[in-house]
Design a protein. Structure first.
Length: 278
């Protein structure tokens, strides 16, 4: 049998199923890679207490990683919500020791429901320890702005400059996502010598919970399958755009993207792209 490529996500559990570990594993399954997970924290809302984040112990985190490594091994690894400086530092050590080909760092900081998914003192560790080990980082505009010491980002030109400057942190590639731009959803990929913009139409919906997780999980899956960074981003953007087009909600709360949309409707978007050398 042709065995599927293997992808590990190190991230938080999002109880509602739209984001975090749950979004990652659904995406891996859709794209026919073998998914594994290390849960760093459990995110759940407690209406009375407001308590939101339940960090897991370092022992539990290490045990999950060791199990996945021994039972399966990794072609690619993706990080999502890591929450604390300690978990970021340990994750960096584990990545270095495991010598993984493709490392996708989604620098998750704040959830759609304003849940705080990264402690303030963790940003430094993210920049110094984890990002330098990554193949690609996938910040949205807010995260890119924070990583650039609160630089305001408003236009595609701002995103291009942000991608070039973030590259200095040591990632091989930088993808700055323009989901919060006015107008079309334009993402910017900097590959060190060339910048490519990927453009999808803006879809008028609030149901985009977990869109960032899903997008970076799809990039991880395609890289694990041997695609180039350019093709992985192009295919993943098509996957997430179709998932957003078919997003929905069961309640009055912000709903999930539809991870099965591309398989079910076969409606891969034509993403417009343009490359310029720097
Ligand atoms: O979408 C960001 C995100 C990532 N990881 C976890 C989350 C969320 C958003 O709520 O809960 C665990």
């Amino acid at each position: 049998m042709n065995k599927p490529s293997r992808v590990l996500t190190i991230a938080g559990s999002a109880a509602g199923g739209s984001a975090g570990i749950q979004a990652d594993l659904k995406t891996f399954q859709e794209l026919d890679v073998y998914g594994m997970s290390v849960v760093t924290a459990i995110v759940g809302r407690h209406p009375q207490t407001g308590k939101n984040v339940h960090p897991q112990t370092m022992e539990a985190i290490e045990a999950q990683f060791a199990t996945a490594q021994a039972q399966v091994g990794f072609d690619a690894l993706k990080t999502g919500m890591l929450f604390s400086k300690e978990v970021i530092e340990r994750t960096a050590e584990l990545i270095e020791s495991a010598e993984i080909d493709h490392v996708i760092v989604d620098p998750v900081m704040v959830g759609k429901l304003d849940s705080k998914l990264l402690k303030d003192d963790a940003i430094h560790a993210l920049k110094e320890k984890l990002i330098p080990l990554s193949t690609v980082i996938t910040p949205n505009m807010t995260e890119a702005s924070i990583l650039l010491d609160d630089r305001p980002l408003q236009t595609v030109a701002d995103l291009k400059q942000a991608a070039i400057d973030l590259h200095e942190l040591g990632a091989e590639y930088v993808l700055v996502k323009g989901g919060r731009l006015k107008g079309p959803a334009v993402d910017v990929l900097y590959e060190g010598t060339a910048i490519t913009t990927f453009e999808a139409p803006r879809i008028d919906t609030v149901n985009t919970s977990g869109a960032g997780c899903t997008y970076s999980a799809a990039i991880a899956a395609y890289l694990a399958k041997g695609k180039s960074i350019h093709d992985a981003v192009l295919l993943a953007k098509s996957f997430i755009t179709t998932a957003i087009e078919h997003s929905f909600t069961y309640t009055d709360q912000v709903g999930p993207t539809y991870h099965a949309a591309e398989r079910k409707y076969g409606e891969a978007y034509r993403i417009k792209e343009q490359t310029e050398t720097i």
